[in-house]
Write a protein that binds this ligand. Structure first.
Ligand code: GBH
Length: 476
């Protein structure tokens, strides 16, 4: 059996894999990971500022106070993107810069900052793709109101989104409501390795997911009713790693399917089918909140495109004994509820995150999404890898990263040839940045960040990627 990505390699004489016309190419970042300037321009604190100052939560007690200093250097960063020929840029807005107290007064300095950034991108011929929420919740919403598990979260989020559509929607036509609500829920409220680091009760993770989905639905409803004249599109970005059955046994195939439904179906079934997967309702029971009919109507059909962040693959199998322990971050959900054993093929290469490099997993996942959700237009809004490579004589030669992108893009090109409606790709990340609980120890950038001088050094993988973007093809 040939892996999917061989399907379109065609005759061996073919030297290029060409992507569809209008394919969107870009890189991605997130506010807290790059901006710094956390006490400037009227910004309020976020849950990540608080977690960074709590001992034991972030490696080396690193924090986002300065990060890549993008808050002061955004013009130079955008010039560099332009020089590299990048066509689109996905970034997120810091809610606490725009509404420092979570709800209520708008901070005009924050609005002005993003307004200038957007204008600068448009001047450079780069299309902005804007994420409203990439995990930096205004702190006060957490300390005073329990954050994402509060049933009022959807109202706060929609009010914040309203300000963003109103102020930026004349120029921003591509909106993403939430980045990876799975991470906010599982990592933030289930196993507690991300802000707000809750680990009291797994029911909180299901509640956070529930309120996030309702918030997403509410923001989309508002955008479609009040800002129709802006003629933009709006969607959500979910993350999913692929689950390959360990063996052909029907029980292992079912375990892999169950794992994917707990991971991605959790967030996408409500959007594409109107409710949580049946297997989750059966296995989670009362800890899984129920949607009202009004919620269902609001959430179903609430994404104009399918935003996907994809990083890695694991093998899934039927456990030989009941899974009882709360698992590591990669389990795809709350592990004791799913009853799936995850393992790895020892032959797989790994990145600095210890994540497996399995390019064909991306093609299989795209196909799974295509089939389950009835052929949606898909944008890969993140894909990338961490490798720490030294800069020698001003050169950062990172062949593993180049190979990672080349192999994943080749696999995804194969998925397109196989009928998947993949319309765009954003490499994570434009530059090395604050990698959450790992602080600055993991480097995902295609541009190297020297944190002592804030110098940007274009890695060799970026030179290659820039060619891909400009030619709309991968040279073999
Ligand atoms: C993204 O999340 C974030 O959006 C971004 O902010 C972040 O910087 C970037 O990725 C890199 O981390 O334990 O081997 O099974 C990534 C979501 C979910 C992907 C968990 C990897 C676990 C791998 N991740 N998954 S494993």
């Amino acid at each position: 059996k040939l892996p999917l990505y061989h399907l379109n390699s065609g005759v061996s004489a073919m030297s290029k894999l060409v992507f569809p016309d209008q394919f969107v190419w870009g890189t991605a970042t997130a506010s807290y990971q790059i901006e710094g300037g956390v006490r400037e321009g009227g910004r309020g604190p976020s849950i990540w500022d608080a977690v960074c100052y709590t001992p034991g939560r972030v490696l080396n007690m690193d924090n986002g106070d300065v990060a890549c200093d993008h808050f002061h250097r955004f013009k130079d960063d955008i010039s560099l993107m332009k020089e590299l020929g990048l066509k689109a840029y996905r970034f997120s807005l810091a809610w606490p810069r725009i509404i420092p107290a979570g709800f209520g007064d708008v901070n005009e300095q924050g609005v002005a900052f993003y307004s200038e950034l957007i204008d600068c991108l448009l001047d450079a011929g780069i299309t902005p793709w804007v994420t409203l929420y990439h995990w930096d919740l205004p702190l006060v919403l957490q300390t005073e109101f329990d954050g994402l598990i509060n049933p009022d979260f959807p109202d706060w989020f929609a009010a914040y989104a309203d300000v963003c559509f109103d102020r930026f929607g004349d120029r921003v036509k591509n909106w993403i409501t939430l980045n990876e609500p799975w991470c906010s829920s599982v990592l933030g409220y289930g196993i507690g390795v991300h802000a707000p680091c809750r680990k009291m009760d797994t029911a909180e993770a299901y509640m956070a997911a529930h309120q996030l989905l309702r918030g997403h639905g509410k923001a989309v409803q508002l955008y479609r009713s009040k800002y129709q004249s802006q003629a933009g599109s709006i969607g959500i970005t979910n993350n999913c790693d692929w689950r390959e059955p360990l063996t052909d046994a029907i029980t292992d195939q079912a375990a892999a399917q169950r794992s994917l439904e707990f991971f991605l179906g959790w967030f996408c079934d409500p959007i594409y089918k109107g409710d949580y997967p049946q297997v989750m309702r059966d296995m989670v029971g009362d800890r899984l909140p129920k949607f009202t009919d009004a919620d269902k109507a609001m959430i179903k059909g609430s994404s104009d495109f399918f935003g996907l962040n994809h990083y890695t693959t694991m093998l899934a199998s039927e456990p030989t004994e009941q899974v009882v322990e709360r698992n590591i971050a990669g389990n795809g959900g709350i592990s004791e509820d799913q009853n799936v054993t995850l393992t790895e093929d020892p032959s797989w290469q790994k990145t600095d995150m210890d994540w497996n490099v399995v390019p064909w997993g991306s093609a299989k996942l795209l196909k799974w999404i295509d089939e389950r959700y009835d052929h949606p237009p898909i944008y890969v809004t993140e894909n990338g890898c961490a490798y720490d490579v030294p800069v020698i004589d001003g050169v950062c030669d990172d062949p593993q990263r180049l190979d990672f992108f080349k192999s994943y893009l080749t696999a995804m090109h194969g998925a397109i040839a196989d009928g998947v409606d993949l319309r765009g790709y954003f490499a994570w990340s434009f530059m090395d940045n604050f990698e959450w609980s790992w602080g600055y120890t993991k480097r995902f950038g295609l541009v190297h960040t020297d944190y002592s001088t804030q110098q940007r050094i274009v890695k060799n993988s970026m030179k290659w990627y820039s060619q891909v973007v400009q030619s709309n093809a991968i040279a073999e």
